[in-house]
Design a protein around this ligand. Structure first.
Ligand SMILES: NC(=O)c1ccc[n+]([C@@H]2O[C@H](COP(=O)([O-])OP(=O)(O)OC[C@H]3O[C@@H](n4cnc5c(N)ncnc54)[C@H](OP(=O)(O)O)[C@@H]3O)[C@@H](O)[C@H]2O)c1
Length: 288
């Protein structure tokens, strides 16, 4: 089978034996994986202290696919893995698999685990957004598109801050007001209950937070944020992922796919991301 490996920052396509599941694991036929910005950081060695890797390492953190052996063969599932999904076949711990409802396109479901879980936990667990809250979401990429929809679904008033090429996506995700990055100062906004930073926190936004409001960042470390702010690392949580999928199946949340690319083009996708050319979520599809 084919898989994409990274060795000394280089992505290489290899033909290797199909992986064999160990105890408690299942074999998946991969329908799709995704590009996540943290994987670029992984290749650059920036996450060495958080995610130690043995090289060669098979990339791919999000997976959607079908169970390929055992008594659950053919089941449509999605999961967040620690790698290995950028391949025709992947092994996954059985307890991480979440069923994909029939009404959700299987390959699209790969766009949910990391981006969807990060948005879910930012909005509900850390910012504790509820009806009537005013929320500012800074950065409307893959995570931000979900965060805006989830905050809207919670009944909040949502202000989104996006770069020019994401302004339309921010509106389509349901933001009540969309501001261009850099145009927040002087925009005459009412104070917000929560500031959610999905790009490095902009210090000038802090003045928009009402006293007692919460600043949540998925990017800027806590020691660089005002006291009382929260920096979080997404938790792999099958209940949260199942809840996201249920909202997608109900038509409440839309999976926004920016591009579908063959998995054989993974190195080019990374190069494009590093050059700043990738908007939103890119799916990677095995072609074999
Ligand atoms: N803490 C965690 O556990 C966790 C988990 C997952 C991801 N992350 C991090 O969260 C960040 C977002 O991830 P993602 O998957 O959503 O990435 P993404 O799809 O690349 O989205 C980032 C978005 O922010 C926009 N942006 C860049 N600078 C901005 C600015 N100054 N103001 C407003 N928007 C700006 C980008 O615009 P352009 O499209 O124009 O570039 C892009 O739309 C990444 O840094 C990622 O590494 C953290």
């Amino acid at each position: 089978m084919h898989e994409h490996r990274v060795e000394q920052r280089v992505i290489r396509l290899d033909r290797i034996p199909r992986p064999v599941p160990g105890p408690g694991e299942v074999l998946l036929r991969v329908a799709a994986t995704t590009f996540n910005p943290s994987e670029a950081g992984l290749r650059q060695g920036l996450l060495r202290s958080i995610v130690p890797l043995a090289l060669p390492y098979t990339m791919g953190l999000d997976v959607a696919g079908t169970v390929a052996d055992g008594d659950r063969t053919g089941r449509r599932v999605v999961a967040r893995l620690d790698g290995g999904a950028a391949a025709d076949y992947a092994v996954a711990p059985a307890d991480l698999l979440v069923p994909v409802p029939d009404t959700v396109a299987l390959e699209d479901a790969a766009a949910l685990p990391i981006a969807g879980l990060t948005a879910w936990q930012a909005v509900f667990e850390h910012a504790k957004v509820t009806a009537g809250h005013r929320v500012l979401i800074n950065g409307v990429g893959a995570i931000g598109r979900y965060a805006v929809q989830l905050a809207r679904h919670a009944g909040a008033h949502v202000v989104a801050v996006a770069t020019p090429r994401n302004l339309t996506a921010a509106r389509e995700a349901g933001a009540h007001r969309v501001l261009a990055a850099g145009a927040v100062t002087g925009a005459r906004l009412e104070p917000v209950d929560a500031l959610i930073h999905l790009v490095p926190a902009a210090p000038e936004h802090a003045a928009l937070l009402r006293p007692g409001g919460i600043l949540v960042s998925a990017t800027t470390p806590a020691d660089q944020l005002p006291p009382g702010s929260v920096h979080f690392i997404v938790r792999n949580d099958t209940a949260d992922l199942a809840a996201m999928l249920a909202l997608v199946a109900a038509g409440t949340i839309r999976i926004d796919i920016a591009a579908r690319r063959p998995l054989t083009g993974l190195a080019a996708v990374h190069a494009e991301a590093e050059a700043g050319h990738l908007p939103g979520k890119t799916l990677l599809l095995p072609t074999a």
